[in-house]
Design a binder for this molecule. Structure first.
Ligand code: HMG
Ligand code: MG
Length: 304
């Protein structure tokens, strides 16, 4: 018997950013904008739209300003963008995001590969970003990569997660994502990473960001729910991966998370049918089937 599960969850769809940053072929800005519109129409209240990173490193996000300016914003929806440094923040500011996301890693090797600096240096870079954002009235989230495993270092100890969470807290980052970047986590390991994070952040300020490479993301979501975590990130149609984590597949599909929550009587505020249509839209634009078992099942049922 599962006791005391949250009655509602809040999902951040990271598909437009985490998903589309990983596509080999360029995706037109108009498609990205339409995807954001469909996600908000389906009931998503938080959408991670794009990132202000080096276009040499991640050319897929080079249209960041165009995408942000093309969105017709919906009241009550939070639009977030990734900003790894002041250069990114200054560009992002012109697009008026509601929240900026700095992103660090619990493993040194991943920090170097992803953002070209050590963990300590990353905190130095984030510090002025956090201050400038807060001064401008913009919320700040911190993504913590490799909280369970690292593609370069293997297992990551919970102490490394607690260390990073403590650093993020010390510079004023308001909430954090516990990310399983390469999807190697299993429930107990993910709970240990959550527990380490909860030494520094309140339950309301911690979210789960699980890639589904090994098919464990829903189990890890349930394991986090059991601890009272109620903020999760997921990706429409299971899009995604990280260019600096080879072999890692997308985040858990938003469709799959919503179906599981609905089945457990947990409110998401999301219309599953509209969500499935949004997933179909982006999958067709990319020339493939949605990477979501729930989507496939519902589409088969519709066809039948
Ligand atoms: P760097 O080379 O160390 O930066 O890159 P630099 O300050 O030495 O600058 C070098 C050049 O980049 C300069 O241009 C800068 O102007 C430019 P040049 O003079 O050579 O022409 N530059 C920038 N341009 C645009 N926007 C910027 C910016 N900063 C510098 N913000 C940097 C450092 C972080 C920029 C680089 O390493 C980078 O862009 N990395 C991309 C990392 C990334 O986007 N990774 C994927 C997202 S994270 C993720 O997916 C994980 C997550 O989902 C959670 C999880 O699952 O784990 C969040
Ligand atoms: Mg990710």
């Amino acid at each position: 018997m599962l006791l005391n599960l949250p009655r509602r969850v809040k999902l951040v769809d990271v598909g437009p950013r985490d998903g589309l940053q990983n596509e080999k072929k360029p995706v037109p800005a108009a498609i990205k904008i339409e995807l954001v519109h469909r996600l908000q129409a389906a009931g998503l209240k938080e959408i991670e739209v794009t990132s202000f990173v080096s276009p040499k490193w991640v050319p897929q996000m080079a249209d960041n300003a165009e995408v942000m300016s093309g969105i017709t914003r919906s009241e009550g929806v939070r639009y977030s963008v990734l900003t790894p440094n002041m250069k990114g923040f200054e560009s992002a500011l012109l697009s008026k995001p509601d929240e900026v996301v700095v992103f660090g890693a619990a493993s040194e090797a991943f920090s170097q590969k992803n953002i070209n600096c050590s963990i300590a240096e990353s905190i130095e870079r984030f510090t002025p970003v956090v201050k400038a954002a807060r001064d401008a009235g913009i919320a700040v989230r911190g993504a913590m990569s490799c909280t369970v495993g690292c593609p370069y270092e293997g297992d990551v100890a919970p102490e490394r997660v607690a260390y990073l969470a403590g650093l993020m807290k010390s510079i004023g980052i308001q909430r954090v994502d516990v990310a399983d970047t390469i999807g190697v986590g299993t429930p107990r390991k993910v709970q240990a990473a959550m527990e380490a994070t909860l030494k520094h952040y309140a339950l309301n300020d911690v979210s789960g960001h699980f890639h589904d490479t090994y098919g464990q993301a829903l189990a890890n979501t349930l394991a986090s729910l059991e601890m009272g975590v109620w903020n999760f990130q997921s990706s429409i149609a299971g899009l995604g991966g990280c260019p600096y984590a080879k072999g890692a597949t997308g985040n858990v599909a938003t469709e799959d998370v919503v179906y599981m929550m609905q089945g457990m009587g947990i409110d998401t505020g999301i219309d599953l049918d509209a969500l499935i249509d949004a997933g179909l839209f982006i999958s067709q634009a990319l020339g493939r089937q949605p990477n979501s078992l729930v989507s496939r099942a519902v589409l088969n049922k519709r066809a039948g």
